[in-house]
Design a protein around this ligand. Structure first.
Ligand code: BF8
Ligand code: SF4
Length: 630
C-alpha cells in the first residue's frame, strides 16, 4: 500500500531504526481491515443499552433497531453527534482562550501581553462593546466576558456569527430555524435530541446539526487578540527541519497557549547555552506538528515538521528529543513510538493525558517558567539520543505562511490603497482569478498522504483557481513546495500568475505571492470567511453566489465534519474525498449532497477520485460565475 507521497515520510518509514516492532497508523489501519461495513455506512447505533442495533443495508435483515429507529434516523443521529463532537472541541479551545483573555485583563497572566490591540478594538466595536476612552484591559475584559457569555444562552443570535456573516446568510439561517444562540447549548441540544427516544425525524436532526455547526463557526475567532494577527513569514516545512546537531523539540496539538511561549523562550541565551553544554552544537530547534505547528509557524516562523497522520514518523527520525502536546489530533500511539526511541513525551493539558507520557501541568499564570522547564527536559533527553537510530530525511521546502485576512487585505492595498478589494474583484470579474478554493482538513490513512491535495491543486491552479489552505491542508502544501513564489511560476495558469506577480511586486515581496495562501490552523477557517464576506458585501451579493468552493479531500476528524457543515451552511459547495458514515441512508445522503443546495446554497460533494473532484469543483465555479453574469 502506498502510504504517503511525501518523500520525507516515505524515507523514514522505509529506513527508520526503531527496532522494537515499531508500528504506525498505516500498520494499525491494515490490521483493522476489513473495517466494519455497518460502521462505514453509519448503520450501527449504540445510543442505548438495548443495542447495539444494526440495519441491513441490503434490505434482507433488520430494517429497524429495537426502538424502531430506521436507517435514516440512525444515520442522521450519528452525523449530528459527529458535528457536536467537533463543535465541543473547537469551542473548548475557544473557551480556554476566552478565560485566558479574562486573566490577561485582570493582570493574572503576565506572560501574555495583548499582542493585537487594533484587532481587540475592532472586535469589541464589531460585537457592540463601547470602545471610546477605554483601556486595553477594560476592552479585553469585556470582549472575554462577551465571548464567555456566548457559551450560555441569552436567546440572542451569537455575536460572533451575527457580526461576521452576510445579512443574506443570517436570513437563510433564520428561515430554517438554525440560528445559533448558545455554543454549549447547541452541543448539549444535539446530545439531547439524539439520545434514545427523542428526535427521530432525520431532517429535523440534520437541522440541529447545522445549528450546532454554526456554533462551531462562532467559536473560531479569539486567538489573534492574544497572540497577534499573522503577517507573511518565510519558514520551512518537512521532516528535514529536524536537525541532527540540535536539541529538537516538537510542539504538537492545537492551542498555542503554551507553544507560543515555548517558541519565544527557546531563543533565550541560557537555554541555548544549556543545549550546547549537553553536546548539541546546533542549540535548540523548535519544530511544529499539526495545527499547533501552523500557529507557531505563522506567528513566529517556527518550521513545520509534519502533519497529523505522520506524527509518529517525526519521532521515528530518532532525533526528536521531546514532543510537547496540548490537545486534539494527538494519537495515543505517540507514547508507544516515543518508547522505541529516546523521545520524552510531555502532556500539558489536564484533559489530555497519555499513558506513558510525563504530565507537566500548564498554567497561564506561570507560562514562561513552565515553557523553560519543558525545554530543559528536552535538553536532558538529548543526552540519551542514540546516534545510530537517527534517520532524518534531507527534504524540506521553503514555505511562506501567515496570510491572515488582514495580511491579504494589506497586500491588496499595496495595489489599491483606497479600495483594497477592488484588485481582487476586478481580477475575478476578468477571469484572471476564475475562482477560489479553500482546502481544509486532515491527512488520512485511507488515502496516500497528500495525494488528493497535490493532484487537485495542480489541476485547479492551472485553471487559474486561487488556493487558500488551513490545517493539515496547509501542511501538505507547505511540505510540497506550493507556498513559494516559485510555485506560482511553476503551477499557476497565466492569468492567476500575472495577478499574483503584480500583487507580490506591489507588496515588495520581490516575487509573486504564493499560489496557495497559508491562512492558518483549522480554527482559522473563519479567516477565509472574513475575506469572502467582505467581497460579497462589497458586490452586494451573498456567499452562496460567489465562485468560492471548499475541499477536505483527506478529512479525518469530527472537527473537520463540523467545519465542513458550517461551510455548507455558509453557502459553499464542499468537496469531501472520503465519504463520511452517512451512505446507509439515501435520505440523509440526498439532503447533504442535493437538497441543501436549494435551502442554503451550499452542499457536500463526495468524490474520492481527485481528478474528478477537481473537475467537479471547476464546473461549480463556472456555474457560479455564470450566475453572476461573468
Ligand atoms: O485541527 S486538519 S488532523 S491537526 S483536525 Fe487535526 Fe485534521 Fe490536522 Fe488541526 Ni484540523
Ligand atoms: Fe437500538 Fe434504538 Fe437503542 Fe439505538 S437507540 S441502540 S437503535 S434501541
Amino acid at each position: 500500500m502506498n502510504r504517503s507521497i511525501d518523500q520525507a515520510v516515505s524515507e523514514v518509514l522505509a529506513n527508520h531504526q526503531g527496532g522494537c516492532a515499531m508500528q504506525t497508523a498505516w500498520d494499525r489501519y491494515e490490521a483493522q481491515l476489513p473495517q466494519c461495513g455497518f460502521g462505514e455506512l453509519g448503520l450501527c447505533c449504540r445510543h442505548c443499552m438495548q443495542g447495539p442495533c444494526r440495519i441491513d443495508p441490503f434490505g434482507e435483515g433488520p430494517q429497524r433497531g429495537v426502538c424502531g429507529a430506521d436507517a435514516d434516523t440512525i444515520v442522521a443521529r450519528g452525523l449530528a453527534r459527529v458535528v457536536a463532537g467537533g463543535a465541543a472541541s473547537h469551542s473548548g479551545h475557544a473557551r480556554h482562550l476566552a478565560h485566558v483573555l479574562h486573566k490577561i485583563a485582570a493582570g493574572k497572566a503576565p506572560d501574555y501581553p495583548i499582542r493585537d490591540e487594533v484587532k481587540l478594538k475592532a472586535v469589541a466595536a464589531r460585537i457592540g462593546i463601547a470602545t471610546e476612552g477605554r483601556s486595553v484591559n477594560e476592552l479585553a475584559h469585556d470582549v472575554a466576558a462577551k465571548a464567555l457569555a456566548e457559551f450560555g444562552d441569552n436567546g440572542e443570535v451569537l455575536a460572533w456569527a451575527a457580526t461576521t456573516m452576510t445579512k443574506g446568510r443570517l436570513e437563510a439561517f433564520s428561515s430554517l430555524g438554525i440560528v445559533p444562540t448558545s455554543i454549549d447549548g447547541s452541543v448539549a441540544e444535539v446530545m439531547h435530541r439524539t439520545i434514545y427516544g427523542v428526535d427521530a425525524d432525520p431532517v429535523n436532526i440534520l437541522l440541529g446539526a447545522l445549528q450546532c455547526a454554526l456554533a462551531d463557526y462562532a467559536a473560531c475567532h479569539l486567538a489573534d487578540i492574544i497572540f497577534g494577527t499573522p503577517q507573511p513569514v518565510v519558514s520551512r516545512a518537512n521532516l528535514g527541519v529536524i536537525k541532527a546537531d540540535a536539541v529538537n523539540i516538537a510542539l504538537h496539538g492545537h492551542n498555542p497557549l503554551l507553544s507560543d511561549i515555548i517558541a519565544q523562550v527557546a531563543s533565550e541565551p541560557e537555554l541555548i547555552e544549556a543545549a550546547k553544554q549537553a553536546g548539541a552544537q546546533g542549540g535548540l530547534n523548535v519544530v511544529g506538528i499539526c495545527c499547533t505547528g501552523n500557529e507557531v509557524m505563522m506567528r513566529h516562523g517556527i518550521p513545520l515538521a509534519t502533519s497529523s497522520v505522520s506524527q509518529e514518523v517525526a519521532i521515528m527520525t530518532g532525533a526528536l528529543d521531546a514532543m510537547v502536546v496540548d490537545y486534539q489530533c494527538i494519537m495515543p500511539a505517540v507514547a508507544t513510538a516515543a518508547e522505541c526511541f529516546h523521545t520524552k513525551l510531555i502532556t500539558t493539558m489536564p484533559i489530555a493525558k497519555l499513558p506513558g507520557a510525563e504530565h507537566v501541568e500548564f498554567r497561564e499564570e506561570t507560562a514562561a517558567d513552565c515553557a523553560r522547564a519543558i525545554l530543559r527536559q528536552g535538553i536532558e533527553r538529548f543526552k540519551l539520543r542514540h546516534p545510530d537510530k537517527v534517520c532524518i530525511p534531507a527534504h524540506t521546502s521553503t514555505a511562506i505562511a501567515g496570510f491572515s485576512a488582514e495580511a491579504i487585505i494589506a497586500a491588496l492595498s499595496t495595489v489599491n490603497a483606497e479600495d483594497p478589494l477592488k484588485p481582487l474583484i476586478d481580477n475575478i470579474v476578468a477571469g484572471n482569478i476564475r475562482g477560489i478554493c479553500l482546502f481544509a482538513g486532515c491527512n488520512s490513512v485511507k488515502v496516500p498522504q497528500d495525494r488528493n491535495y497535490i493532484s487537485m491543486v495542480k489541476r485547479l491552479l492551472a485553471e487559474n483557481v486561487l488556493i487558500l489552505a488551513t490545517g493539515c491542508a496547509s501542511s501538505a502544501y507547505a511540505r510540497h513546495g506550493f507556498m513559494t513564489s516559485a510555485a506560482t511560476s511553476q503551477y499557476a495558469g497565466k492569468g492567476l500568475a500575472a495577478v499574483l506577480t503584480a500583487i507580490g511586486e506591489a507588496a515588495g515581496l520581490g516575487g509573486p505571492l504564493p499560489p496557495v495562501l497559508h491562512m492558518g490552523s483549522c480554527v482559522d477557517n473563519a479567516r477565509p470567511v472574513d475575506v469572502a464576506v467582505a467581497v460579497a458585501n462589497r458586490l452586494g451579493v451573498d456567499l452562496n453566489q460567489l465562485p468560492v468552493v471548499a475541499s477536505a479531500p483527506e478529512a479525518v476528524t469530527e472537527k473537520a465534519v463540523a467545519i465542513g457543515t458550517w461551510a455548507v451552511a455558509a453557502g459553499l459547495p464542499v468537496h469531501l474525498g472520503i465519504a463520511p458514515p452517512v451512505l446507509g441512508s439515501k435520505l440523509v445522503a440526498s439532503v447533504l449532497t442535493d437538497k441543501l443546495k436549494g435551502l442554503l446554497g451550499g452542499w457536500f460533494l463526495v468524490e474520492p477520485d481527485p481528478d474528478k473532484a477537481a473537475a467537479a469543483l471547476l464546473t461549480v465555479i463556472d456555474e457560479r460565475r455564470a450566475g453572476l453574469g461573468l
